[in-house]
Design a protein around this ligand. Structure first.
Ligand SMILES: N[C@@H](CCC(=O)N[C@@H](CS)C(=O)NCC(=O)O)C(=O)O
Length: 226
């Protein structure tokens, strides 16, 4: 019998989404254990003492695998099913580089952009940075293909997919367009089954809007709350 797979996650996390999509594309049954990030459990502290973040993958009695992209690679190498990373080493190097680029250059400036958008600064530096970096990353799409993985969803699609969904939600919360949302990834049936519900994301972010504006005040001159 195969060993049980458990995923410690939280509702609406783009990083947890990556791990779930990888497991689903590989056809691996898993149990999702939802964590309340405002009141973290002993399970999370025990299995990810390094940074106490989700997702965390538990496979049998092995030590936990943490970090969403590390999990995607682990799932790819461990389980049968369609390959997620390219077959050749150069393709793998490219996919890993651009996935890291998305995390380092897009995810962080995305939060900055959200704050600026909320306080009404459309043409802020972080928003422009997200736009420029995503445009640069999108150029990696193979000619005539829908996905970075070619005809099917691969590692880089998974890395970018959750982030673009969140950007669309940020735009909705801030009431301003920043980017056009990616359509192919979110149209995929496997992806759709574990996509965070958009209304839930919008509601969760809207509740925190005042908090973000508070955070923005020291950084953004003349930040407005209305
Ligand atoms: N680099 C990490 C980021 C994970 C992350 O930021 N997870 C958030 C949820 S979206 C979290 O656990 N936050 C809790 C905290 O920061 O204490 C990854 O790719 O897995």
């Amino acid at each position: 019998m195969s060993e049980p797979v458990k995923l410690i996650g939280s509702l609406g996390s783009p990083y947890v989404h990556r791990a779930e999509v990888a497991l689903r594309l590989k056809g691996v049954p898993y149990q999702l254990i939802l964590e309340d990030l405002d009141d973290k459990s002993e399970l999370l502290f025990t299995h990810n003492p390094a940074n106490e973040k989700v997702p965390v993958l538990l496979h049998g009695d092995r030590s936990a695998v943490c970090e969403s992209l590390v999990i995607v690679e682990y799932v790819d190498e461990t389980f049968d099913g369609p390959p997620l990373l390219p077959a050749d080493s150069h393709g793998r190097a490219m996919a890993r580089f651009w996935a890291r680029f998305v995390d380092e250059k897009c995810s962080m400036s995305m939060w900055g952009a959200l704050i600026w958008m909320i306080v009404g600064q459309t043409h802020s530096e972080p928003a422009e940075t997200v736009k420029d970096n995503l445009t640069l990353q999108e150029r990696q799409l193979p000619e005539g293909k829908r996905f970075f993985g070619g005809d099917t969803i691969g590692y880089l699609d998974i890395a970018v997919g959750g982030i673009t969904l969140w950007l669309g939600v940020f735009e909705q919360v801030a009431g301003m367009p920043l980017l056009t949302e990616e359509k192919h990834y979110t149209a995929d049936e496997t992806v759709r089954r574990c996509l965070p519900e958009r209304g839930h994301l919008v509601a969760a972010l809207t509740v925190r809007k005042e908090l973000y504006v508070g955070l923005a005040k020291p950084a953004v001159p003349h930040a407005q709350t209305s």
